[in-house]
Ligand binder design. Sequence first.
Ligand code: SAM
Length: 285
Amino acid sequence: FNTERFGQHILKNPQTADTIVEKANLRPTDKVLEVGPGTGNLTVRILEKAKHVTAIEMDPRMAAELTKRVQGKPEQKKLEIMIGDFVKATLPYFDVCISNTPYQISSPLIFRLLSHRPLFRTAVLMFQREFALRLVARPGTELWSRLSANVQLYAKVDLVMHVGKNNFRPPPKVESSVIRLVPLDPPPPVAFEEFDGLGRIIFSRRNKHIHANFMAKGVMEMLESNWRTWASTNNVMIEDDFDIKKKVEEVLDESGFTEQRAAKMGVDELLKLLSAFHDAGIHFA
Ligand code: SAM
């Protein structure tokens, strides 16, 4: 195991650890999932407030240290350590997720949490600062991106605090920030692959007109192939003069999005555009 490869930067500042756990608003009945507990600086604080913690740790040496830390104490019974890779692990039921995340798995972590059922109540997560700021970015700001939209489709996300590199040992190369995420319940009734598929097209150059992004290489071929699949499964006749480009332009014109830019469009507008395409039988996945 290698410090950089597994992102083993232990949180040394007790105040930061306190704040992270505080912001989770734990209840005595809560089951908590912790990803990458390391030596347990967050874990011991969570154990004080929650009913149970499942901690998934990839490095057996870290897991052994954490085991030693709670051995013989009443908290021991409340802690289950799973040794393995979070990305492959079967997740237990949990009310709250707290994690000082190994940054290599930021994206898989957030999307695994969002697709987990039943929905959890809150997650408090530490990320590399740039990633965290993209998660909380609002439309019309510099960091508003496909990632922001994909996450905010499913959750309310806000910034808890910035954490400088000197709060860790050894200090990482990058700055960190903590965010809090609250899943929308119920989640919006839209297929993620469709929403993300539209996002891939219009965020590829987020400051360009939407129309221009649809004219990019390969886009029409992909949409036509999707349209043919959709038409055949829905018994829709494909006219001889079928023209996908014309169809796309009609949707953009009628919905009024032709000259808009993804950089300025919020989740609601993205959903409106997606549903206009769906009404016309145009799909993105
Ligand atoms: N949470 C501790 C703290 O705040 O001090 C440790 C944080 S350290 C940045 C990240 C931890 O995640 C390390 O203990 C590392 O071994 C573990 N880890 C890295 N990749 C992992 C993965 N894919 N699944 C589970 N744990 C992982």
